[in-house]
Ligand binder design. Structure first.
Ligand SMILES: [Zn+2]
Length: 346
């Protein structure tokens, strides 16, 4: 008997230790409990299954992967950065593991360990987090540990961090613009789906659709609404905290133009027949593991359902929603109506 959350990832030929022969084996994953630092955590374990012997095994390379997943689950539980987060921060500064370590004043292999096996303590976690959020601190730390670097490389890194400081300033201005639209929605209500505006979440969702659907602007707004409506229908809260207005082209979130200046996406003008279309492209890699499985399911079904529909078809589809028909032009669309969204399977 398999657990209900047991999932087949793929079948592929592998040298089976039971049969002493190479034959197709099933690579599967399942939710299991494990102890990390004496605390129980749940994580997705990958294992190999031989259908001939009806038995399972875990190759040592996969064992390492599972260990990392278990530790990441522990980190998530404790609110620590996981290995992907750390890698992401490091990559955002375009540094090797050794360089990032040295920039923080640590030994050459500390970051490498955190990205592969070791769990960082809270002090180290804090430092990485602060450097991620505040490039000025990264610059200070770099200057303080200048002697770790060759002079040329030091200057290169310095230039890059300085441009990040400028970008960050612009970014904070844009975030403030978006927040201004939500000034009247600072409490959980039927208008934001009982969730406060989550800009990181919105950034990730935009990046997801940019990558997997690559929609035009109007269609992107509908993808957001369907994502939130579906999440609200299934889990009683919106996914992003966005507030949507009834506009002629369907539901559109407040501050929609400003949302598209979030860092995960870029907008490009394209001429389609005689029109200018604004197409949304991904700008940075989205860390899929920062979504929950439920969120990924929703995103995936929205993407699949609308991927091949053009903007007009999406608008038409939206116009038939109860949430659209029972609201007036310019009215905020309450989530209690959004929850009546038609279900769709792709
Ligand atoms: Zn076998």
């Amino acid at each position: 008997m398999r657990a209900p959350n047991d999932l087949l990832i793929e079948r592929s030929p592998y040298e089976c230790p039971f049969c002493d022969a190479t034959h197709p084996i099933e690579i599967r994953k399942r939710l299991v409990q494990s102890l990390v630092k004496n605390e129980p955590v749940e994580y997705e374990q990958i294992y190999y299954y031989c259908p001939v012997e009806n038995d399972e095994f875990i190759p040592s390379r996969i064992m390492d992967h599972n260990l990392l997943k278990a530790r990441d689950a522990y980190r998530r539980e404790k609110g620590l950065l996981n290995s992907d987060d750390i890698k992401e921060i490091r990559k955002s500064y375009d540094l090797t593991q050794k360089e990032f370590s040295n920039l923080l004043g640590w030994g050459d292999i500390t970051v490498q360990r955190y990205e592969t096996k070791l769990i960082q303590d809270a002090t180290y976690d804090n430092l990485m987090r602060m450097v991620a959020e505040n490039p000025s601190l990264a610059l200070k730390s770099l200057d303080r540990h200048k002697n770790y670097f060759l002079p040329e490389r030091y200057l290169e890194i310095r230039t890059l961090i300085k441009s990040k400081i400028r970008d960050k300033g612009n970014y904070l201005l844009r975030v403030q613009e978006i927040k201004n639209y939500y000034i009247d929605f600072e409490e959980e209500s039927d208008f934001n789906g009982y969730k406060l505006l989550d800009l990181d979440g919105i950034n990730r969702v935009l990046g997801y659709f940019a990558k997997f659907v690559n929609p035009y602007k109007v269609k992107m707004m509908k993808l957001l609404w369907y994502t939130d409506a579906l999440h609200s229908k299934l889990f009683k809260t919106s996914m992003t905290g966005l507030v949507y207005q009834h506009l002629p082209l369907g539901a559109v979130p407040l501050g929609y133009n400003e949302l598209l200046s979030l860092p995960s996406v870029k907008v490009e003008e394209e001429y389609v027949n005689d029109y200018i279309g604004y197409r949304i492209y991904p700008l940075e890699e989205i860390n899929l593991s920062s979504f929950t499985l439920e969120e990924l399911n929703i995103l995936n079904s929205v993407a699949n359902f609308f991927r091949d529909k053009n903007t007009d078809e999406v608008i038409k589809y939206m116009h038939e929603e109860v949430a659209y028909q029972e609201t007036e032009p310019k009215q905020i669309i309450p989530y209690s109506l959004a929850q009546k969204v038609r279900g769709f399977e792709s």
